[in-house]
Design a protein around this ligand. Structure first.
Ligand code: AMP
Ligand code: MG
Length: 338
């Protein structure tokens, strides 16, 4: 099929594609998503097909405002309304009890559903005009880095979806934070644009799922099924080096091969002359690192490199989300300097 390029003026056309069971690339503040009518079982199956996504990995339902929550969720705790008031529209997905109207294909058979209201006006308008929630995972082919521009999404999805709505580059750059509100204390399943520290301020105690910080052993079941999969990985193997930035740069220089690529902070670009280098922003600018990490990982698939070395940001604040994506891209191959 030909994938149509739409823009913000084409909201009605985009809404018609969703309402009639088609596949639509949607911009959000986090990453581009692969959207379809979340109440239409066949349309949802088409998302899994286009991505090559494992069937046991559920999707997130996107809604234009918090007052749609009760259509799809039951037993909504007061904390959900409080988080919605504080962080929506924004990069926060809440896991809640689902109502029977939500198809099994969306939730992979779980009795819970992930709900999010994205901070992207055109996408909220498309959802409202379609009159149905939009189920969407990230718009990459399964396993690849998530797309933060329409062009990146088209690398994976051109010809496989009906249309993509281009609204420019994503402002956050990593996927939404996922918080499970069906357990006590609430549990962070995936770090993202809303930080753990912000959630703790709003909720008090927050548990952090093991899958955030380490590789799941074969057979282990993380609470967010998606966290067990190899993800975000470029073709060449990645090694993450953690520690003081001057030390990690020196460590990488001493060990890199002729055809090694490097992901580093802007300040250290000069250390790696003659090598393919992707910078992710100044070492102190976590927001910029979040915006650039996926494009950096994607860039190496367009280059000839044997392996990739990466300087690790600190895992506090937004850095927890950036290091989680980088560590997953590396299959948790991490070297910690003293
Ligand atoms: P993506 O944003 O493409 O990474 O896909 C959505 C993520 O949300 C995946 O990691 C899923 O495993 C997770 N997710 C969606 N629904 C649920 C749910 N009901 N319970 C736990 N995790 C979920
Ligand atoms: Mg994804």
């Amino acid at each position: 099929m030909d994938t149509e390029r739409l823009s913000a003026k084409d909201i009605q056309q985009a809404a018609r594609i969703v309402a009639s069971g088609g596949l639509l690339g949607i911009p959000t503040e986090t990453v581009y998503g692969l959207g379809a009518n979340g109440l239409d079982e066949a349309a949802v199956h088409a998302i899994f097909e286009a991505k090559g996504r494992p069937q046991d990995n559920p999707l997130i339902l996107h809604i234009p405002s918090a007052d749609w929550l009760e259509r799809y969720c039951g037993e909504i705790p007061e904390t959900a309304w409080a988080l919605a008031r504080r962080f929506w529209p924004g990069p926060l997905t809440m896991i809640l009890k689902r109502k029977p109207i939500v198809p099994d294909a969306v939730t992979a058979g779980l009795d819970t559903v992930g709900m999010r209201c994205p901070d992207c006006a055109v996408t909220r308008q498309v959802i409202a005009a379609a009159g149905v929630p939009v189920a969407a995972p990230s718009g990459n082919a399964s396993g690849r880095p998530s797309p933060t521009t329409a062009a990146a999404m088209l690398e994976d999805m051109d010809g496989k979806i009906d249309a993509i709505l281009d609204d420019g580059a994503c402002a956050v750059g990593v996927e939404s934070t996922i918080i499970d509100l069906t357990v006590d204390p609430p549990r962070l399943l995936r770090p993202g644009g809303v930080t753990l520290e912000e959630l703790e301020e709003a909720l008090g105690e927050v548990a952090v799922d093991e899958a955030v910080r380490r590789l799941m052993a074969p057979g282990e079941q993380p609470k967010a099924p998606g966290m067990k999969y190899r993800h975000y990985a470029p073709k060449a193997p990645v090694t993450v080096v953690k520690g003081d930035a001057d030390m990690t740069a020196g460590y990488i220089v001493a060990r890199m091969g002729d055809k090694s690529g490097v992901i580093c902070f802007d300040e250290f670009k000069g250390y790696f002359r003659g090598h393919p280098v992707e910078t992710i922003g100044p070492r102190a600018d976590q927001a910029e690192q979040a915006r650039r990490i996926f494009e950096a990982l994607r860039a190496f698939d367009r280059l000839e490199v044997t392996d990739i070395w990466a300087q690790s940001p600190e895992d506090i604040g937004l850095g927890l989300a950036v290091t989680n994506r980088l560590n997953k891209a590396a299959g948790f191959h991490i070297i910690e300097l003293p």
